[in-house]
Design a protein around this ligand. Structure first.
Ligand SMILES: [Zn+2]
Length: 102
């Protein structure tokens, strides 16, 4: 008897739920917002917490800007880096189609 996935109802060998879940987890959102004193900051959400510190370090170095990791949830960079961040994140091995520039 073939195992059937309880989520999609397909036989396990055809099921892609695990893959979809993984991709959903790694969906990265990049957007800017106004911080105090009318300064623009760039927020990067969705970097896995194992990688977020090293990703933040690399982004700060490559963009030559200040920034911090907030609550292991998102990276905050000083200034508007929306145009450059995507290429840098792809360079770290994330899939371009999973990066959403808002
Ligand atoms: Zn499934």
């Amino acid at each position: 008897m073939t195992d059937i996935c309880s989520k999609c109802g397909l036989p396990k060998e055809l099921c892609v739920c695990d893959v979809l879940e993984k991709e959903a987890e790694n969906l990265i959102k990049v957007y800017t917002k106004k911080a105090r004193f009318n300064k623009i900051i760039t927020i990067i959400e969705g970097v896995p917490s194992d990688d977020i510190e090293s990703a933040a370090r690399e982004l700060k170095r490559k963009l030559a800007c200040g920034g911090t990791v907030k609550d292991d949830q998102f990276i905050e960079l000083q200034g508007n880096h929306k145009n450059k961040v995507k290429g840098l994140i792809v360079g770290m091995g994330y899939k371009e189609s999973n990066i959403d520039i808002i």
